[in-house]
Design a protein around this ligand. Structure first.
Ligand code: GLP
Length: 230
């Protein structure tokens, strides 16, 4: 695990953007797993800036997203579909056909999860961007999620429902799906993530803290500010 301690959120976003842009320049058809929430927003703003400066080309990049509320309409401002197009996809030259998201409108969630897993098998994720929940969740793999878990419909924990104030259920990549990524960049900012990061960095692997499943990953980069790193 590579730990990069940054002095603030702006530096966190800049460092993450620098890593990702370099990876895209080295592999133009990179497969990127994107996360949502507040933490990656600064990274996405940096990526848009780099694109506008002509420093990065997304035309061959393929993407997957970690999770989506279920059920939810794509045009619902709370959907991760809406979040991704508003904050990134509509502002760069990624091709619509290369964007893959879990469908919050799918009539059959089980079939949707199988569809998604098959797509990821055909396009293995090179770089997975992750945030982390206060309770140590990654994606929507909540405490109690199993190491072997795959993309599935989940019930959100009370703490997540309170923080996200949206649905009770969601579709999420599983732990097993996430750790298959060639490289993982985990972003954490703020003292409320301190407990989760402590379990990742110093704790043992424990399903009560799903982020701890990342400990053994061969290419994990953690970019965190001093309040999250403690
Ligand atoms: C959400 C998302 C996660 C995200 C986490 C932290 O529930 N499903 O992918 O990492 O919460 O979000 P934030 O970065 O806003 O703290």
């Amino acid at each position: 695990m590579k730990l990069i301690k940054v002095k603030n959120y702006q530096e966190l976003s800049r460092v993450a953007s620098k890593i990702l842009v370099k990876e895209i320049q080295q592999k133009p058809n990179l497969v990127i797993g994107f996360a949502t929430g507040k933490t990656p927003l600064g990274l996405y703003m940096e990526l848009v800036k780099k694109y506008e400066e002509g420093k990065v080309d997304f035309s061959r990049v393929r993407s997957f997203n970690l999770d989506e509320y279920y059920p939810i309409k794509k045009n619902n401002k709370k959907s991760f579909y809406y979040y991704m197009f508003k904050n990134l996809f509509d502002k760069i030259n990624i091709k619509r056909g290369n964007i893959n998201l879990l469908d919050g409108e799918a009539p059959n969630p089980k079939k949707e999860c199988l569809r998604y897993e098959k797509l990821i098998r055909k396009n293995p994720i090179d770089i997975q961007i992750l945030g982390v929940g206060v309770n140590g969740h990654i994606g929507f793999d909540e405490p109690g999620s199993l190491k072997e878990s795959k993309t599935r419909l989940v019930e959100l924990s009370n703490s997540t429902k309170k923080i996200n104030r949206t649905n009770k259920k969601a579709l999420t990549m599983g732990i097993k799906t996430i750790v298959k990524a060639r490289k993982i960049i985990l972003l954490a900012d703020g003292k409320e993530k301190k407990e989760a990061i402590k379990h990742l960095v110093n704790g043992k692997i424990d399903k009560k803290w799903p982020v701890s499943f990342l400990k053994k990953h061969k290419h994990l980069v953690v970019i965190a500010d001093k309040s999250a790193l403690g």
